[in-house]
Every structure is written in structure tokens, then in C-alpha cells.
Design a protein. Structure first.
Ligand code: PMP
Length: 353
């Protein structure tokens, strides 16, 4: 077979998404999805969507959706950028804001896509270890020469959050560097920096419809930032795809934003279950950092992470495990419904004997 791969494609180790095995029914606690369905308003928007209009392209910059998001977030539409999942915004932000000659800085244990994007664009990475409480070490990051930062807050896969005040101190301490706060899980923590983008021109906040809005299947994310940062993202978007957010997606997400009360109600249910599940796992001897997300990072118990993952899978429960030195002791467990979490706990108890 002839090999037509570019050097770039050949050289890269892509991100591996959570598995979706189809051999049986699983309780799926491996990709940090929301266990609840989307808002009834979002479902109604989908049902009511005028499919006969699909002969037309969507708005290139999703202006109607931007407007709804801007109003909800307390910013202007020029401060909002919409994309096909927040992964796309993150990808475009590497192209828009980083060059080969200046490193990008992020934690050693964090969303592993940052390293993939940096490698893809040939940008050097300055990697800073978490501190002993599994927290992102902002002080060490501030002392690391770089062009800017990716900070998942709360962090993945640990779930550990950084309070807004600490983030603001950090942002103020590095005025010449860009801080990209990836707030994919922020609605389970409640310390968002969204409003602060009007105050700090070195801050870009990235959010998603995939988690708290229960819309992982529709693929939509957005960024909030100064007009200049949003224009930067738009420049690179327009070198890649003029219409990344389709019309159906834009209509459904706008309806979901209008029904934020539903999002907040389901997020509260998830947070309550998270605390119950954490207590139970601690009682079973696991180390489980306090989480501000919709998942728990559990390990160092009587069973190694890989073995726990494999035994749970046999029992029809999927969790996430990474076979790397830093993570192999742990599993990342998405918080499910009460019934799902009960089955998870029962399975773990059986496995531990
Ligand atoms: N950031 C973090 C920290 C994540 O865990 C995820 C989900 N894998 C994303 C961003 C991307 O989410 P999406 O593309 O579904 O918006």
C-alpha cells in the first residue's frame, strides 16, 4: 500500500476518545456525559426546526446563538465565538494565538488534547506538575516562561477546581500572557470567569454544551473574550470552515441557553450524587480528590486502576482508565444517575470482595 500520509499526520499521536463498545448494554460512566436528557425546550426546538430551510447555509458566525449566549453571560455578541464542540475552539486557539518560537504552558495531568494540539502545530510545551493535592500549580506556572496557558478549571481528569479569586490573581500576575480557561465543567463548580473577560484582555474562557447542558451529541462549544481575541479565532475559523455550527445545532443550543434553569437543576442533581458517590468511595478506601466537575478521580485503593476498569467493564460498567505512570493507579468515573451510581458501587464492592 502506498503511504500518502503527510509528515505531520504520520508524526502525531492523536487523542483517544472514550470507548463506545457495542457488544452489550453498558452503564456509561467513561466520557463525562450528563446522565439526564437535554432541556425539554431544546428537544422542542429540534422537533420544531424547519428542516425545509436546510437548503441554506447557516450563519457563518452563528450570530443568533451568539446573541443568546452573550445575553446569558453578560457580555456583548462581539465577545462570543461559537464552534463545533469546544474542542474546535481549543484547536483554533492554538492556531490563532501560539507560534513555534514560544512555548505553551499547561499542567502535566490535564486534558490530554492540549498536548495533541501543541504537537500538531509544532508548538513547544512547558509542562508543570500538579501539586501534592492534585491542584494545578499556578505559582509554578507564573514562573514558567511561555506565551500563554491552558488551564482546565475544574481540571480533568482530577476534577479539582480553582476558585475564581485565585484565577483572577493569576491572570493579573501575567498580563502579557494569554490565559485560556477551559471551563467545560464549570457549571458543576460555580466559579466561572465569564464576566471577567471584559476586565482582562489576556483571558479567554472556553465553554461547552456537552456537559451541563446535556448536549454532547450536538457538538457545540463557545469562547468568551475581548473583541480582539474573538476576531483572532474568527480569522483562523475562516481559514478552516466558514460554517462550523449548523443551523439545527444553533437553534437547539439557543433554546437550551434560554432554559438555563433546567441546566442548573440537573447540575445540582449531579453535584449531590457526586458528593454521595465520593463519600462511598472514600469509605471503600479510595483516594478521591474533592471534585468540582461531573466526575471523580478515584484510585490508590485495594485495586489498581487498570484492574478496576477491566473488572467493571466485565460487569457492564464503563469507566475511564489511562495506562500512564502518573494515572495508572486511578480511574475517572463520571457521575451517573442515582440508580447507575448504585450499580457502580455494588459492582465495586463485589470486586473488592
Ligand atoms: N475541555 C475539557 C477539559 C474536556 O474534558 C472536554 C471533553 N472531552 C472538552 C474540553 C471538549 O468538549 P466538547 O468538544 O464536547 O465541547
Amino acid at each position: 500500500m502506498k503511504d500518502f500520509l503527510s509528515e505531520r499526520a504520520r508524526g502525531i499521536a492523536p487523542y483517544t476518545a472514550g470507548e463506545q463498545p457495542a457488544d452489550r448494554r453498558y452503564i456509561k460512566l467513561n466520557t463525562n456525559e450528563n446522565p439526564y436528557p437535554p432541556s425539554p425546550e431544546a428537544v422542542a426546538a429540534l422537533r420544531g426546526f424547519g428542516a425545509e430551510t436546510l437548503n441554506r447555509y447557516p450563519q457563518p458566525c452563528s450570530d443568533r446563538l451568539r446573541q443568546v449566549i452573550a445575553q446569558a453571560e453578560g457580555v456583548a455578541p462581539e465577545n462570543v465565538f461559537c464552534s463545533n464542540g469546544s474542542d474546535e475552539t481549543l484547536f483554533l486557539s492554538f492556531a490563532a494565538f501560539f507560534d513555534r518560537n514560544a512555548p505553551v504552558c499547561y499542567a502535566d495531568i490535564t486534558y490530554s488534547f492540549y498536548a495533541v494540539y501543541a504537537a500538531f502545530f509544532g508548538i513547544e510545551s512547558a509542562v508543570v506538575p500538579l501539586n501534592k493535592d492534585y491542584k494545578i500549580d499556578l505559582a509554578a506556572m507564573a514562573n514558567t516562561p511561555c506565551k500563554g496557558y491552558y488551564i482546565a478549571n475544574p481540571n480533568a481528569p482530577t476534577g479539582v477546581g480553582i476558585p475564581r479569586a485565585e484565577m483572577e490573581e493569576f491572570i493579573k500576575s501575567v498580563p502579557d500572557r494569554l490565559v485560556i480557561a477551559d471551563e467545560a465543567y464549570m457549571d458543576f463548580y460555580g466559579e466561572s470567569l465569564s464576566g471577567a473577560v471584559l476586565k482582562y484582555e489576556n483571558l479567554l474562557v472556553v465553554k461547552t454544551f456537552s456537559k451541563s447542558y446535556s448536549l454532547a451529541g450536538i457538538r457545540c462549544g463557545y469562547a468568551l473574550g475581548s473583541r480582539a481575541l474573538i476576531e483572532g479565532l474568527t480569522r483562523v475559523k475562516d481559514c478552516m470552515n466558514s460554517y462550523p455550527v449548523d443551523s439545527v445545532c444553533a437553534a437547539v443550543c439557543a433554546a437550551a441557553v434560554a432554559d438555563r434553569a433546567y441546566r442548573d437543576k440537573t447540575a445540582r442533581l449531579v453535584c449531590d450524587e457526586r458528593e454521595r458517590l465520593r463519600e462511598e468511595l472514600l469509605r471503600l478506601g479510595f483516594t478521591v480528590p474533592q471534585s468540582g466537575a461531573n466526575f471523580l478521580f478515584a484510585g490508590k485503593g485495594k485495586i489498581a486502576g487498570g484492574a478496576l476498569y477491566a473488572r467493571l467493564k466485565e460487569k457492564g460498567v464503563l469507566v475511564r482508565h489511562w495506562d500512564t505512570p502518573a494515572l495508572s493507579e486511578f480511574c475517572r468515573i463520571t457521575v451517573g444517575t442515582r440508580e447507575e451510581n448504585d450499580i457502580l458501587l455494588k459492582s465495586i464492592k463485589t470486586i473488592l470482595g
